[in-house]
Design a protein around this ligand. Structure first.
Ligand SMILES: CCC/C=C/C(=O)SCCNC(=O)CCNC(=O)[C@H](O)C(C)(C)COP(=O)([O-])OP(=O)([O-])OC[C@H]1O[C@@H](n2cnc3c(N)ncnc32)[C@H](O)[C@@H]1OP(=O)([O-])[O-]
Ligand SMILES: NC(=O)C1=CN([C@@H]2O[C@H](COP(=O)(O)OP(=O)(O)OC[C@H]3O[C@@H](n4cnc5c(N)ncnc54)[C@H](OP(=O)(O)O)[C@@H]3O)[C@@H](O)[C@H]2O)C=CC1
Length: 296
């Protein structure tokens, strides 16, 4: 194990969308390093099962769950209040819940747009606000980390509501880092590349012909998908007291995926030496042809 098993002892971290995929992986990673973890989602059974699974692994009742729809501000505030009363103050928040699906933007209905943006943008704000205002009122410091996506820098076709809402949470990250630094509240984000998870892949790569750059390992310069344990290590560091001077940052963890954007020749990474030789042959032939026509 890279970090000490108890390095997060005394930390209490809320993870929205913590019952599945990346959120569940982060819950497992933080609990395995001594943190108390609270997970939220809209499916009680999924949350209960996830908490039981991780608690059995760490041999302690370290993961707690509440069924909360983060789109509902009052429910969010009540659930955060319940954590404070029943368990004590949080030390960290991970805004990880999201909704998304691929669709041509021209075919999106207002309700489809709303389903995604209200979860990603409003949900992250309501949760951040409910937790942050308690930290400020109680004179406590805290660490907020939001799970964004590299589309905040590049945009992305066919997932426009997600790209828009994640960009808004990036703006919240930079803005609150400045507004809340004086309270000792750090506000950062991570921007993962592709980390295949069950539900996200059903939404974003449902058929063979929907397999494009955003979900393909061979489009990542590092040549592979991300592993949740490495994302867990980054989040662990941001939730620890080890780097308190980092705030307002969104850190990409994507094997250089977004830097190899589709607007570049990044796709050529997959070509073999033989294919390159063929390309050179073709290009040289074209050059020779034009050379023959030169008059100066
Ligand atoms: C590289 C990876 C990056 C990963 C990023 C991620 O965020 S992965 C995270 C992935 N994880 C998740 O997404 C987890 C959470 N996801 C969910 O809860 C659901 O999948 C949800 C996103 C559909 C929202 O459910 P809900 O109960 O809130 O909503 P609802 O069912 O009532 O529909 C509302 C409106 O949307 C319309 N509509 C729906 N689907 C499609 C479609 N495919 N096409 C077109 N439209 C669609 C539907 O017709 C309706 O509009 P209408 O007809 O009334 O005008
Ligand atoms: N997987 C990947 O490659 C990447 C993922 N991300 C981001 O990582 C995060 C996790 O994604 P991933 O694990 O892949 O996908 P999942 O679909 O597994 O996770 C999304 C979670 O959000 C919860 N959720 C959705 N809507 C709400 C709501 N209204 N209230 C409370 N909880 C809600 C879901 O639970 P329920 O439906 O039960 O409410 C689910 O647990 C997301 O923010 C995503 O955008 C970013 C880049 C890449």
């Amino acid at each position: 194990m890279l970090f000490d098993k108890q390095c997060l002892a005394g930390k209490r971290v809320l993870i929205t969308g913590g019952g599945t995929g990346i959120g569940k992986g982060l819950a497992r990673h933080l609990a395995a390093h001594g943190a108390e973890v609270h997970i939220w989602g809209r499916r009680a059974q999924v949350l209960e099962d996830a908490a039981a699974e991780i608690n059995a692994e760490v041999d302690a009742q370290r993961v707690h769950w509440q069924a909360v729809d983060i789109r509902k501000a009052e429910a969010v505030d009540a659930a955060v209040g319940e954590i404070w009363e029943k368990y004590g103050p949080l030390t960290g928040l991970i805004n990880n819940a999201a909704a998304n699906f691929i669709a041509p933007t021209k075919d999106l209905s207002p309700r489809g747009f709303e389903a995604i943006t209200s979860t990603v943008m409003n949900g992250a704000f309501f949760t951040t606000h409910a937790v942050g205002r308690r930290w400020i009122a109680n004179g406590l410091k805290g660490s907020i980390v939001s799970t964004l996506v590299t589309w905040i820098w590049t945009g992305s076709p066919f997932v426009v509501p997600s790209a828009m809402a994640k960009a808004a949470v990036n703006a919240m990250t930079m803005s609150l880092a400045v507004e809340w630094a004086k309270y000792g509240i750090r506000v950062n984000a991570v921007a993962p590349g592709p980390f295949p998870t069950d539900y996200a892949w059903k939404m974003l790569n449902p058929t063979d012909d929907s397999s494009v750059g955003a979900t393909q390992a061979d489009e990542v310069p590092a040549g592979r998908f991300g592993e949740i344990s490495e994302l867990g290590n980054l989040v662990l560091l941001l939730q620890s007291d080890g780097c308190d001077y980092i705030t307002g940052e969104t850190i990409a963890i994507d094997g250089a995926h977004h830097l190899a954007a589709p607007s570049t020749f990044a796709g050529l990474n997959k070509l073999s030496d033989e294919q390159w030789a063929h390309i050179k042959e073709q290009a040289k032939a074209a050059s020779e042809q034009s050379k023959a026509q030169r008059t100066v």
